[in-house]
Design a protein around this ligand. Sequence first.
Ligand SMILES: [Zn+2]
Length: 413
Amino acid sequence: MGEPMPSAQRTVDAGGRVLTPGLVNTHHHMYQNLTRAYAPAINGTLFQWLTTLYPKWSVLDDESVYLSTYVACAELLSGGCTTSSDHMYVHPRPNLIDAQISAVSDVGFRFMANRGSMTRSVEDGGLPPKEVVQDEDTILADSERLIGAYHDPNPGAMTRVALAPCSMFSVSESIMRSTAELAEKHDVRLHTHLAEDTDEDAYALEVYGRRPVEYFEDCGWATPRTWVAHYVYGSDEENRRLAAAGVGATQCPSSNMIICGDAADAKSLRGMGMDVGIGCDGSASADSADLWMETRTALLLARHRHGPDAFTAREALNMATEGSAANLGWSDEIGHLRPGACADLVIWESSWLSQTGVLTDPVEGWLRSGPARAHWVFVQGKERLSQGELLLERLNDVVTAHRAAAAHMQGVS
Ligand SMILES: [Zn+2]
C-alpha cells in the first residue's frame, strides 16, 4: 500500500479526455522563431544553414529575445509542454538570457536556461562571425552570474540554469574543459550538441585528431550531469560508453530529418540504459515547436527503424516525460503524476473526427489519431491554458511586435 492520496485543492472535470504529465522539451533555440522557414537557408546542409543564418541572428537584442521567448513558450504550452530548456548560444549583446527569464516569468512556464557560448569565429577556424562569439573570461563570469541570479536548486523551482557551449566547431577545447569544471563546482547540468551531422566527424578528425565522442570524453564531459542534443552518429561502442557514463541524449525528430538525414536511434540507446528525451530543436530548423508532434514522430521513427512491434505510444510518451525530465536532472519532480510531483498537467483534445473509432486504447489513440492539442494546461498548479485558450494577456501585442522584429532581422518589410 502506498501513502494516502493528498486532498485536492481544486477538482477539474476532464470530460473523459486523456490526461498526461506536462511534456518536457530538452532542446530548443527559441530565438530562431524570428527566422522560421527562412527561404535562403532552407535547403542547405547543417553547416550551410548555420553560416547563412548567423549574420541574421547578430541583430538579436533584449527586445527580440524577450518576444521570441514569449512566443516560444506560448507555442509550447499549446502543444502540451510545461517545461522547456533553451540553448541560447548567440550573444551579440550582454544579458540576453535575463531577457529570456523575464519572458518566461511573464508566461508562467517552467524553464531551464542553458547559458550557451561560442568562442571560435570564422577567423579562428569556426563557423560563426565574430559579432556573436565571446571570450572565455566573459563567458565564465556571466555563467557564474546567471547561476547566482537564477538557478534555484530547491523542489518546485520554476527556473534553473545549465551551462552549454554550442558545439565542437564553435568553441575552444579550453572552454569545454573549464565549463565542465564550473558545472561541477556549482552542481548544475551540462549540455551541448553532439554527433548531429556527418560533417562533424570530418571536422573533429581534421581539427582535433579524434572522433567527436572521443573529444567530448577527453574534455571531461562524459558524466551523469550531461545531456547532449541529437546524438545521431555515435558508433555502437561509443553509445555504450556514454550510456555507461550516465550521459543522456535528446532526440530531435523533425529537425534531424529535415536537416541531417537521420535521427538518434532512441530504442537502441534506451536499451543500453541511456535516458533519451525529446526536443523540438530551434525554430529555424524544425520550424515548429509542438511536443505532441515530436512525440508522435519519435514513435514513427522507432517503428520505421525497428519494425511494428518495436515501440509503443506509451514508450514515446515516456521519452517526452520521464526521459526528458531525466535529461534535465529533474526526475524527482516533473515528467510523472506521482504524489509529490509538481502539478504540471495536460488534458488533451483531439478533433472529434480523428478520435472516432478509438475504443480500445486511449493512449495509442491519443498519439496515433491526432493531431492533438492541449485543452487544459496547468503549470505548478496554475492554469495557463483553459479549454483551448491561452491565458496570456499580452499575447496579441507580443505577436504583433514579434512580426516587426522578425521582419527587421530577415530584411523584409
Ligand atoms: Zn540545436
